[in-house]
Design a protein around this ligand. Structure first.
Ligand SMILES: Cc1ncc(COP(=O)(O)O)c(C=O)c1O
Length: 487
């Protein structure tokens, strides 16, 4: 039995008590509980929020060296997620990815990474100067959606590289497609490999049996979650969880002291305390509702002419049983109505007042969460029916089938060496054969097509040029859309 009472919110309670004590402040923040804040700001958000915009004080503890209520709040988070220690983060999962890598890697050491990764992982590689070994993503010819890695591919990579004692995984990916973490982590541990998981899109997985298993439940050594993306954290608020068997917790704590601001927002940290309480006490009920809303919407969308919306069985079948799907993500396939995902996203926004999480060439991605209601999903389904009807009447041309070439990277130097080499910018058309000096992604989903140090191949260039023409945002080029490469 857990000794922890998860109705408690020690940090938030201490903040409220301090605000209500009305002590006179001669410390930061300079707005002094909102007395000095702009009137327009205060009028819109109300006065109370400023009274809990605090700084490190005895009553509310310090994130740099937690001994009081922040420590208690972090212990509650660790308890519910099954970690030995959890850490509040105020620079999102981006900061957590950097901290995970910096705490376990040394310069020159090899680390295996799946190719589905966020650019913050690359910044961690640059900081440490470790030696990445990327596991190429296998393509899935029968499936339009970007799935996740196959279990065997990862196991084979560990067998080929016994010198690499760290493995970095991303699960779920942006579309909610998860890896078979229990199997992969067991295989890794049996080889003495420590596993780091970017679970930015999965802070809720731990709280419902109908969702794929979470990283901590699968025995990951380190895992970071964007509490703000899916459950009740405020934007930027994430949590990093650690198990001590393979992790030097002192080192991790020290790394976080270097990387995190010395002025963390108490409002963000309180939102983590409250999000943990909410998930621990009523997460299952809230998630049941979100899963049910998503399932019903998925069924209706799948019946709309020209549209697809992949389900759990289809993900499992397309991945040979290796991947699973978080059903609260609706990846609506729009190729069949002759429009790109970018066009549908624009229509939803400007004609129907609906904003989606992201679009790629063939999909729009809808996140259904504990904040949604049936009417919101009804509105989405009706809008998709109308867009499908319009598009089918116009008989638009079906866009070509495009798969991003994430699998073909050829690395010439470590990301850090490439990052610090002298470089120049050239038009995309002239970059063939050169070496990338910056990360290049099509955003979203923001998975790097080029990582500093990789050869710029014809396949990548063709893809970038094509994506530029379809209206996608290319990230990592200079302001004139030229590719940055090493001289
Ligand atoms: C897979 C993945 N990891 C990490 C991040 C960064 O998370 P955050 O925005 O919390 O810094 C993102 C952001 O979209 C992501 O998609």
């Amino acid at each position: 039995m857990t000794p922890y009472d998860h109705n408690r919110t020690p940090l938030f309670d201490a903040m409220v008590a301090l605000a209500e004590s009305r002590k006179v402040s001669f410390h930061t923040p300079g707005h002094k509980s909102g007395k000095g804040i702009s009137t327009r700001f205060r009028k819109f958000v109300g006065p109370k929020v400023f009274s809990i915009d605090l700084t490190c004080l005895d009553e509310v503890d310090s994130l740099q060296k937690p001994r009081g209520v922040i420590r208690e709040a972090q212990e509650l988070a660790a308890d519910i997620y099954g970690a030995d220690q959890s850490f509040f983060l105020v620079n999102g999962t981006s900061g957590g990815n950097q901290a995970m890598i910096l705490s376990v890697m040394k310069p020159g050491e090899p680390i295996l990474l799946t190719r589905i990764l966020h650019k913050s992982v690359v910044s961690g590689l640059i900081m440490t100067d470790c030696k990445p070994i990327f596991i190429p993503l296998q393509s899935t010819p029968d499936c339009d959606l970007l799935l996740n890695d196959r279990t065997d591919t990862i196991i084979q990579a560990m067998n080929r590289h016994p010198e690499a004692k760290k493995l970095f995984l991303t699960s779920p990916n942006y579309y909610g497609v998860t890896l078979d973490l229990p199997t992969i982590i067991q295989e890794a541990h049996s080889r003495g490999v420590t596993v780091l998981v970017d679970e930015a899109h999965g802070p809720h997985l731990h709280f419902h049996d109908d969702l794929p298993p979470s990283a901590m439940a699968s025995n990951a050594d380190l895992c970071v979650q964007s509490t703000h993306k899916i459950i009740g954290g405020m934007t930027q608020a994430s949590i990093l969880h650690a198990k001590k068997a393979n992790i030097d917790i002192e080192r991790l704590t020290s790394v976080l002291r270097y990387l995190q601001t010395t002025s963390p927002s108490y409002i963000l940290m309180a939102s983590l305390d409250l999000a943990r309480m909410q998930m621990a006490t009523e997460g299952k009920k809230l998630l049941s509702k979100a899963i049910d809303l998503a399932r019903k919407a998925r069924e209706r969308i799948r019946k709309i002419p020209g549209l697809t919306c992949i389900d759990r069985d289809e993900v499992k079948a397309a991945s040979g049983g290796d991947n699973d799907l978080d059903e609260t993500k609706l990846a609506i396939g729009v190729k069949g109505i002759g429009l790109t995902g970018y066009q549908v996203s624009q229509k939803l926004n400007h004609e129907f007042g609906i904003q989606v999480e992201m679009a790629d060439l063939h999909h729009v991605l809808v996140i259904v969460s504990i904040g949604d209601h049936r009417e919101d999903l009804d509105r989405l389904v009706r809008a998709m029916e109308a867009i499908s009807h319009q598009a089918m009447t116009l008989k638009s041309i079906i866009p070509i089938n495009v798969k991003p070439p994430y699998a073909i990277a050829s690395s010439r130097m470590n990301p850090r060496e490439a990052f610090f080499s002298s470089h120049q910018s050239v038009p995309l058309e002239e970059a063939l054969g050169k070496t990338a000096a910056d990360i290049v992604t099509v955003y979203p989903p923001g998975i790097p097509l080029l990582i500093p140090g990789e050869e710029i191949t014809q396949t990548v260039l063709d893809h970038l040029i094509l994506m530029r023409e379809t209206g996608a945002t290319l990230d990592g080029l200079d302001s004139d859309n030229r590719l940055i490469n090493i001289v």
